[in-house]
Design a protein around this ligand. Structure first.
Ligand code: DC
Length: 224
């Protein structure tokens, strides 16, 4: 099948939790003047909304139904759900864990498919998540698998939480992170993976600036 060449270009950045892919993706998008999709936020919104409505995390059909009808607005870095600012709420650890649990269901993933693709607008899109390259934007012009060691990711998450005034324990965070990695990687539908052709970017020893520069360099090379 020939892919229409007039579709806006997509840069897909996939990777495990707390790898820093969100920060890098957002900065790359800002540099290029591209739109940005934080696909994890959508799963987190399903997690938050279903929790509020008392829907079980083991009820795929109710979760899928809910995901189809959500009223979501992304505006200047803020996330609104049914008109309410939930930017901070969806970042909570327990919401992240719940998002990972309900993300295993095809019913939920399918419900979010069209919504995710609707973010693809001119002049281009940077999308981050787990299956951006493998499922949602398989024709992405640049695919990056962004990761870091479990230790480095745990330290980053720890610092983020402490900076926000939330108490945390390194050992608990590490265990949580490993459980989340295992669930996101081993699920049957659209698991986290490094697809063929994806550049590997290990940010364990890189600053955000260095990681952003690397992605921009890969993107610039496409045009030479
Ligand atoms: O990127 P994040 O940590 O905000 O994502 C939260 C959870 O949502 C993640 O653990 C798994 C799920 N997710 C997914 O299954 N597919 C995506 N494209 C993005 C997130």
């Amino acid at each position: 099948m020939k892919v229409a060449s007039n579709l806006p270009p997509v840069i897909a950045i996939d990777g495990p939790t707390a790898s820093g892919k969100g920060t890098v993706a957002m900065r790359v998008a800002a540099q290029l003047g591209f739109h940005y999709l934080d696909s994890g936020a959508l799963y987190r919104l399903v997690a938050l909304a279903s929790d509020k409505e008392g829907i079980s995390v083991e009820d795929p059909s109710a979760l899928g139904h809910l995901a189809t009808g959500m009223q979501i607005i992304f505006r200047d870095g803020e996330v609104l759900l049914a008109g309410k600012d939930v930017t901070e709420l969806i970042r909570e650890e327990k919401i992240g864990t719940r998002a990972s649990q309900l993300a295993v269901y095809p019913e939920v993933r399918d419900a979010l498919l069209v919504l995710q693709r609707s973010f693809r607008e001119q002049p281009g899109l940077v999308a981050d998540g787990r299956d951006m390259a493998s499922r949602i934007f398989t024709d992405a012009v640049l695919k990056v698998y962004l990761t870091a060691s479990a230790q480095a990711r745990t330290e980053r998450r720890y610092k983020q939480l402490i900076a926000k005034g939330i108490s945390a324990r390194m050992d608990v965070l590490l265990q949580d992170l490993q459980e989340r990695d295992a669930r996101d990687t081993n699920r049957g539908t659209a698991p986290l993976q490094r697809v063929e052709g994806a550049y590997l970017l290990d940010t364990s020893d890189l600053s955000v600036d260095q990681a952003v520069t690397q992605v921009l360099n890969w993107y610039a090379k496409l045009h030479h």
